[in-house]
Design a protein around this ligand. Sequence first.
Ligand code: SF4
Length: 179
Amino acid sequence: MTDKVKVATVSLAGCFGCHMSLLDIDERIVQLAGRVEFIRSPLTDIKRCTDCDIGLIEGGVCNSENVHTLREFRKHCRILVAVGACAINGGLPNYRNYVPLEECLGESYLDGIGVENPHIPNDPELPLLLDKVYPVHEVVKIDYFLPGCPPAADVFWKFLTDSLEGRDPSLPYELIHYD
Ligand code: SF4
């Protein structure tokens, strides 16, 4: 157990599609499970990131909790990986960057179609939205980027097997896409 490579994963401002694509490695997950121990991840019930070898970050940074979580990952993960378009450049959620935050909140909670009892949620339990959606590399140092929306299962497989076998991870041309 102890010689397994420890991997943490998280979805920040993501859609969980990148995690679904990781699971698309299908039966190879059994092989992976023999060599990898997932620690903090939506796939486990572990709540906090502790020291590990690889951290996979899905999603950009849209609120204060994302910033906190991302910094926690950077502190604990030896290798930190931006997974997917959202983590790399903000992805589709960064379309809100073209609209002032106040207008976004107004449309959603005050005067949009079908809004009842209009008010902007302000419970202190809720993380505050940032002015914009940011790519993760604007908040912490990132070691690798896996492109795609989502990256194909083979991208995860190639990256993880290269890393597990001590090779510098590299993707063949046919696995590099941004859509
Ligand atoms: S990159 Fe695509 S699949 Fe991954 S979290 Fe963003 S929208 Fe979802």
